[in-house]
Each structure stands twice: as C-alpha cells, then as structure tokens.
Design a protein around this ligand. Structure first.
Ligand SMILES: *[C@@H]1O[C@H](CO)[C@@H](O)[C@H](O)[C@H]1NC(C)=O
Ligand SMILES: *[C@@H]1O[C@H](CO)[C@@H](O)[C@H](O)[C@H]1NC(C)=O
Length: 403
C-alpha cells in the first residue's frame, strides 16, 4: 500500500520534472535561438538600403493665389520669378518658381504650393474661387503680416484647409517677420527667438565721441508717425498721456505735422533733432513687432516700443526702451528725461550698430526650402481650426503700463 503510493508520487514527480524541462528548454530556445533571429539592426539596415533619400531635383512651383492687398506681385519684381531670384536672395535652395500667373501651369493641382493672403477678404472674381480640386501633396499656405486685429478674411470657415502658416508669429511654419539683424563681420542672420539676445552679447562697448556730439545737438524729445488713429492698442491715448509730461511731435494723418516718412529729410530729422521714436503697435499681440521699430533703428534715435511682443526675442539688448516695462507713464517719462540730460548714457543704446545691420527678410526663400524638405519626408500636416490657432491667446486688450 505504502509502496504503491510512493510509486504514484514518483510518477507525478517525474512527470512534473519532465514538463518543467520541456518548458525550460522551450524558453531557452525562444530567448537564445529565436529572438536573436529578429535582428533590429537588420531591419534598420534594410530600410536604409531600400529608402535611399530621393535627391529630388524637381523644381517646386508656388502660386500666389490671391493678391497681397492691391499688389498682385507681392512686391516681387515680375509676375514670375525663378531660380535667379532665389539665387539673388542667397537662398540655400534655388530650384523654385514663384508666380502670380494662374495660367503658368496647365492645372491648379500642378502647383506644389498655393499662397493665400488672409489679411483681407478673399478678393478674387467669381471666376477664381478657392480651387475646387486639390492634390493631397499640395500645400495651402495662410500668409499675413498683419495682426489678428486686422485679419479681415474670416478664418472660421477654413477648417482643415491650410497646411502651413506664414506669419510674423514665431510659432508659424514659416516665420515672416518684418526685419532681421545681420552680423556685419560674418553676414550671419540673427533670427528672432528666445536666444536672440544671448547670441548678441560679448561685444565690448567703446565710448564714441562722435556719437556723444550727435546726441548733444538734439533738441527735441519724442516723435511719432501715425496714419491709423483709434487703434486696438489705444496707442493714441498713450501718446496723449505722455504729452502731458513731455513734448511729442505727431506726424501723419492723426497728428498735427507733416513729413513723408520715406523722404530723406524725415530720416535726417530723426537723427539730428529727436531723441525718441515712438514705435507703438496698433495692437498688443504676441510677437507682433512691425517695420516702425526697425525703421527707427536705421537712424540715430532710440525707439520707444509699445506692443504685445517680448522684445528680447527681436531686438539686441539695450538698443530700445519698452514702454511696457514701466508701471506708469510718469515712470517712463522720468527715464526718458534722465537719458536726455545724460547723453553719455543715451548713446549706450547704439552699441549694436558697429556689429549688426538691419536686413529684409526672405519668407519665400524659406518656403522654397521647406517645400523641398517635404519632398522626401511623407509628413502630412494641416490646421484643423486655424481661427483658434490665430486668435487664441494671441492678443491683449489691456496694456501693462497704466495710462
Ligand atoms: C562712432 O559712431 C559713428 C556714427 O555711428 C561711426 O560712424 C563711427 O565708426 C564710430 N566710431 C567708433 C570708433 O566706433
Ligand atoms: C494638406 O491638407 C489637406 C487637408 O486640408 C490634407 O488632405 C493634405 O494631405 C495635406 N497635405 C500635406 C502634404 O500635408
């Protein structure tokens, strides 16, 4: 009886041992023999060999689908520009054709990109609506240099329409800012962004006697050129508040004085007579820094800026005065008066001129480059809700400086 039981247990033990052995062997075979046969390196290696980057030689065609305000040519020299134009603007890629001639290619789906100006209502005739057919590899670009306060095309109807944005905002696919700083020695363009100022430090500021003399002969305080009154930012109210404490001459439609901004006489007046150029934006919007500020910086005058941008992303350190950094108008004016009375401090704002110059931006250059980059990468992108992207948290009603 006992022996029988022992034998039963023995059989059980043997069976259990056998099964364990089988499982262990199977595991061993699996981990040691089978797994290594799935070679990840080999997968990558084969992929690399089979997907050699296609060095796409094909020229990219860009159609300027709408006008840029009244300008059909978008400030280009001719209706159609090609590689010569891109070479002249020193683009890394030159194999692009940019045209406003809708009949350059046989069908609209032949163009690699279509550019739409969203600052104004679609202003084409009934014969030229939004294309009814579109190729899936085509890029529709929403372009504007105006702020959301001046976006007159209603974006609410453009769901799933635009693939790329081309605006002054730094989070655009193609950044179309107003001007750039270029390093004089190297020709290097310093792009706007978080690290702009850190790229511009380390220059020794040398005292310049000529500048001191130029500052000393200035007799007037502030100057402003304005053609749009009653703006979203209430910049005219701010100027009036400043005028209570110091003199500001306002030129243009909303002012009392006249001087065409582009005339050499006006530019000379900025250098010779005035100390501060009020470059106030029409709306307080993220990254919105327009030509006013860059225009002032071409002369020998300190720009006093007012806008929604973080100016440290756009302008060299200590080259401008940001009104939004002051709590009140009195504080701002107090500082402006201090600099006016201390020209040796005033001239420190021009240190950057020895090292940098201001240059135009080339958005189409970047567009051309980017179109070639997607040729080899099958990445699809479009804006589900472009209105939200453009308007949400983009602008502010209230200024930080009280007035
Ligand atoms: C002083 O400033 C003037 C005017 O910007 C400039 O032409 C000149 O080169 C500067 N001189 C020195 C020594 O930096
Ligand atoms: C462009 O956007 C459309 C959606 O509107 C999409 O179907 C298409 O694939 C996109 N193209 C690319 C190249 O991203």
């Amino acid at each position: 009886m006992i022996r029988k039981m022992r034998r039963g247990r023995l059989t059980l033990c043997l069976a259990f041992g056998f099964i364990t052995l089988v499982i262990a062997t199977a595991l061993l075979i699996h981990t040691q023999c089978l797994k290594p046969s799935i070679s990840y390196y080999q997968i990558l290696e084969e992929h690399i060999q089979n997907h050699k980057p296609i060095t796409e030689k094909r020229t990219k065609y860009i159609l300027l689908y709408t006008n840029f305000f009244e300008d059909k040519l978008w400030k280009l020299p001719t209706e159609t520009v090609g590689p010569d134009y891109f070479r002249a603007t020193q683009c890394p890629r030159t194999d692009c054709v940019l045209t406003s001639n809708h009949d350059l290619l046989p069908v609209v789906t032949d163009y690699d990109a279509l550019v739409f100006h969203i600052a104004e209502p679609w202003a084409y005739s009934v014969f030229r609506k939004v294309p009814s057919v579109r190729s899936s590899r085509q890029i529709f670009v929403a372009a504007t240099m105006e702020s959301p306060a001046h976006t007159k095309h209603l974006l609410g109807g453009d769901h799933d329409f635009f693939n790329w944005t081309m605006t002054y905002r730094l989070d655009s696919d193609i950044v179309w800012n107003y001007n750039n700083f270029v390093e004089r020695d190297s020709g290097r363009v310093v792009r706007p962004g978080k690290d702009l100022q850190s790229q511009m430090v380390g220059h020794e500021v040398v005292f310049n006697q000529t500048l001191l003399e130029m500052a000393t002969v200035k007799t007037k305080m502030g100057v402003q050129f304005i053609s749009h009154c009653e703006t979203f930012s209430r910049r005219d109210d701010l100027v009036r508040a400043i005028q209570r404490f110091m003199e500001v001459d306002v030129y243009g439609k909303c002012g009392t004085m006249e001087c065409p901004r582009d005339s050499p006489r006006c530019a000379k007046m900025l250098t010779d007579e005035y100390r501060y150029y009020f470059a106030f934006e029409n709306s307080l919007c993220k990254d919105y820094v327009t030509e006013k500020m860059y225009y002032a910086m071409q002369s020998f005058i300190i720009p006093v800026v007012f806008g929604g941008a973080d100016y440290t992303k756009f302008v060299p350190p200590k080259s401008y005065i940001d009104a939004q950094q002051f709590a009140t108008v009195q504080d701002l004016v107090e500082y402006l008066v201090f600099l006016a009375e201390n020209p040796e401090h005033y001239i420190k704002y021009f240190w950057w001129k020895d090292h940098y110059r201001i240059a135009d931006t080339q958005p189409f250059c970047e567009l051309c480059q980017k179109l070639h980059a997607i040729g080899t990468k099958e990445k699809m992108q479009y804006y589900k809700d472009i209105k939200a992207w453009w308007f949400d948290e983009a602008c502010w009603m209230d200024a930080k400086i009280k007035f």
